[in-house]
Design a protein around this ligand. Structure first.
Ligand SMILES: Cc1cc2nc3c(=O)[nH]c(=O)nc-3n(C[C@H](O)[C@H](O)[C@H](O)COP(=O)(O)OP(=O)(O)OC[C@H]3O[C@@H](n4cnc5c(N)ncnc54)[C@H](O)[C@@H]3O)c2cc1C
Length: 497
C-alpha cells in the first residue's frame, strides 16, 4: 500500500487532511498511517521541508528550557527519546553529541542550576553541573572566561531536512498522499463542522483537518472562522562554516538563556560543519528570510562570547529561519470554534525535536474529536537504507561502483556526492523535484562552492530523470525558474533581446 507524492490531482475525499508539509505535518501524517484511514497532506510548495523546517539549528533539545507541564516540556522530552529509536530506520542522520549551557559568571551559574532543576522536573535524564575545568577539558576552544556549564547528555543533533523527508517518505510508504504545489484557500464549514477543504487544485471533502501550516497556521485557522490565536514571525539568522574547520566544538554550546530566546549558539551539524546563530527579531512578513548586516554582526559578537576564535574566513553561507510564535506554548488541540479542525500550530522551538511526539499527541486529539481509529495491519515503520558514498570506506565505495557505475561519477566535488545518490533522491517515493530538493536530500550543492560547480549538472540530471525540459527545472519555490525565455531575460535585465 504505497501513497503518492507530487503536484498531482487531489482525491475527492479524505478521512483526514493535514495542511503543511513541514516536519510537524509530515510526522503527523506518518503517525496517522498506522490506522485504517485515507490520509492526505497538502503543501503549497513543490517539496516538503521548505518552510521553518529547512532553516533551524537542527538540535534535539534535551528539554530543560520549557516550563513543566507545558506542551513544549512534555513533547520535547518525549520527542528526543523517540528520535533515538526512530532516526536510523527512517534515514535521519542523528549524532548524540550532548549539549552544554555555558555560564559566564556566578550569577549565570545560579540560572544554570535553575535550568537543571527545571530539566529534572521535565524528566530530562543525566543533567550535571560542570565546573570550568571540566568544561574546558571537553571544549578547549571555549573562552577561558567561563564559570561552568550545564551538561545535558540527551541533547543531540539531526539533519532537519532529512527528518522531514524521512517522516514524509515513511508516510507515503504507508499509503499517505502528499499533494504539493497546492495551497489551501478555503475551508467549508456547515453547522459549525468542517465539510471540505478548498485548494488551488480543487476541493476535497473531509470531516477532519489538521492545521500544521507553520507561519500561516493563524491564517489557515481563520479560513475556518477560528481567530483564537495569531502568529508572529520571529527571525533568526545564521552563519555556516565549511567542514574544513574540523572539530571547533564537540557539542552544542548554548549561552545562558535570556527571556526571549536560547541565545546565540555555536554548534556542530550532523554533516561536520559548524554554525553560529540564531538571533531573535520579531518581523511582520511571514515569508521574509533575508539576512541582514546588523543581524550577522550581532550573531558574530554573541558567538565570540562563547568561542572567541571563530573561523569567519571559512563561512560558506548565511541564512535565516522564521519561528512561528503564537505565545509561550505550542497551540495543540481542537479548535475552540470549529468541529473537526485541530491545531498543531505556533510550533516554534523545540518543534523539530517534538515533531514525532506531536504526531502521537495529534492522534489522541483527533480521536477525542471523533475520528474513528482502527489499527492497520502492515504498517512499515522504516524506510530502506540509502548508501551515503562519502561516509563509506574505500572497499565499500568500490563495491558500490562495481554494482552501479553511477556511483563512480562524482557530481558534487565539495561533498563527494555521486550521480547514483542524486538519481535515487529523485526517484524515491518522496523524491526531489527541485535543485534545492536534491541538496536537502543528499547535500549536492551544500558544500564550499554552494552549487557553483554541481548546480548545472544536478539541473541536467533532474531534467533527465523527471522527463522534463531543462528549462522547466526550478531551484526551490514554485516560480524559481533557473532559465527565462529570451524575451523575459531582456525584461528582467532592462535590455532588449
Ligand atoms: C531560527 C530557528 C531555530 C530553530 N532551532 C530549532 C532546534 O534547534 N530544534 C528544534 O527542535 N526546533 C527548532 N526550531 C523550531 C523548528 O524549526 C520548528 O518548530 C519546526 O520546523 C516547525 O515545523 P512546522 O511543520 O510546524 O512548520 P513549517 O516547516 O514552516 O511547515 C509549514 C508548512 O505549511 C505550508 N503551508 C502554509 N500555508 C499553507 C497553505 N495555505 N496551504 C498549503 N500549505 C501551506 C508551508 O509551505 C510550510 O511548508 C527552530 C526554529 C527557528 C526559526
Amino acid at each position: 500500500m504505497t501513497g503518492t507524492f507530487g503536484a498531482g490531482p487531489l482525491p475527492a475525499t479524505a478521512d483526514v487532511v493535514v495542511i503543511g508539509g513541514g516536519v510537524v505535518g509530515c510526522a503527523i501524517a506518518r503517525e496517522l498511517t498506522r490506522f485504517e484511514l485515507s490520509v492526505l497532506l497538502i503543501e503549497r510548495a513543490p517539496d516538503v521541508a521548505t518552510g521553518t523546517s529547512k532553516a533551524n539549528s537542527g538540535i534535539l533539545h534535551a528539554g530543560f528550557d520549557a516550563d513543566p507541564g507545558t506542551w513544549k516540556a512534555k513533547l520535547n522530552v518525549r520527542g528526543a527519546r523517540l528520535y533515538a529509536d526512530l532516526a536510523e530506520g527512517l534515514g535521519i542522520p542523528r549524532k548524540a553529541t550532548g549539549s552544554l549551557v555555558v555560564a559566564k559568571d556566578a550569577g549565570q551559574m545560579d540560572t544554570v542550576a535553575d535550568l537543571r532543576q527545571r530539566g529534572r522536573d521535565n524528566g530530562v535524564p543525566g543533567l550535571e553541573i560542570w565546573n570550568r575545568d571540566r568544561l574546558l577539558a571537553h571544549e578547549p576552544n571555549v573562552s577561558p572566561e567561563v564559570a561552568g556549564a550545564l551538561w545535558a547528555p540527551s541533547g543531540a543533533i539531526v539533519c532537519p531536512f532529512l527528518a522531514t523527508v524521512g517522516f514524509a517518505e515513511n508516510a507515503i510508504r504507508n499509503g499517505a498522499r502528499i499533494v504539493t504545489e497546492c495551497a489551501v484557500t478555503g475551508i467549508d464549514v456547515v453547522g459549525g463542522a468542517i465539510t471540505a477543504v478548498c485548494t488551488t487544485r480543487g476541493r476535497v471533502a473531509t470531516r477532519f483537518v489538521v492545521n500544521a501550516a507553520g507561519l500561516h497556521s493563524g491564517a489557515v485557522a481563520r479560513l475556518a472562522g477560528d481567530d483564537s490565536f495569531t502568529i508572529r514571525p520571529r527571525r533568526g539568522e545564521y552563519i555556516l562554516f565549511d567542514r574544513s574547520v574540523g572539530q571547533l566544538v564537540n557539542t552544542v554550546l548554548f549561552p545562558t538563556p535570556d527571556k526571549v530566546s536560547k541565545g546565540i549558539l555555536v554548534a556542530p551539524t550532523v554533516h561536520g560543519n559548524v554554525f553560529i546563530g540564531p538571533d531573535a527579531v520579531d518581523i511582520d512578513d511571514p515569508d521574509d528570510r533575508e539576512t541582514t548586516a546588523g543581524g550577522l554582526a550581532g550573531i558574530v559578537a554573541g558567538a565570540r562570547r562563547i568561542v572567541p576564535a571563530l573561523p569567519l574566513g571559512t563561512a560558506i553561507t548565511e541564512f535565516a529561519g522564521l519561528r512561528a510564535a503564537a505565545g509561550k506554548d505550542f497551540v495543540i488541540g481542537p479548535s475552540p470554534v470549529t468541529r473537526g479542525l485541530v491545531h498543531a500550530a505556533g510550533i516554534q522551538s523545540p518543534g523539530l525535536t517534538s515533531a514525532p511526539a506531536i504526531g502521537e499527541a495529534m492522534v489522541e486529539v483527533l480521536a477525542e474529536a471523533g475520528l474513528k481509529l482502527r489499527p492497520r495491519a502492515g504498517f512499515v515503520p522504516v524506510n530502506p537504507a540509502k548508501p551515503r558514498f562519502h561516509d563509506l570506506d574505500r572497499p565499500a565505495q568500490a563495491a558500490l561502483v562495481a554494482a552501479d557505475p553511477l556511483y563512480g561519477r562524482v557530481i558534487c566535488r565539495c561533498e563527494t556526492i555521486t550521480e547514483a545518490e542524486i538519481v535515487a533522491a529523485i526517484l524515491s517515493p518522496c523524491g526531489a523535484r527541485t535543485v534545492d530538493g536534491v541538496k536537502r536530500r543528499v547535500r549536492a550543492g551544500a558544500g564550499r562552492c554552494q552549487g557553483g560547480f554541481c548546480g548545472p549538472r544536478v539541473t541536467a540530471i533532474l531534467a533527465r530523470e523527471l522527463g522534463i525540459p531543462v528549462t522547466a527545472v526550478r531551484k526551490d519555490s514554485a516560480d524559481s525558474w533557473l532559465f527565462l525565455p529570451r524575451a523575459d531575460i531582456g525584461a528582467a535585465e532592462g535590455i532588449h533581446a
